[in-house]
Design a protein. Sequence first.
Length: 133
Amino acid sequence: MPDDCLGKIVGDLSGRRGKILGMDNAGRLQVVKALVPAAELHHYGTVVRSLTGGRGLHSEKFSHYEEMPAEFERKVVEEARRRRPPLPPPTATRGYPKTCRHVRGGAAPSAPARVFGGDSAPPSRTGWFSDSF
């Protein structure tokens, strides 16, 4: 990107929870290397073109997974719960017949499949991308 757009891009990346790794010169252009959460990079090519007046480019590749901050995790869980249809009320047999002919010995399965939610959920993770702008 051109030198005069460097501040705009760095500021925008910081606002998207980006971690600036460094900046290099490539002739008259600047190259910014950063780690940015994948959720923050949706349609970022359009943003770069807008901030640089069409003179900036970006590329991205997957870098690693990292634990999601608690405040974002709460928002994601709340949104998922709003979108999910309500669960049917539990029954004494957990939806299994008293005997299952297809199970050896005719016994019902010992435990239902584990459903994550609430306090029993594993830590949420978000993908991070290593970017060059």
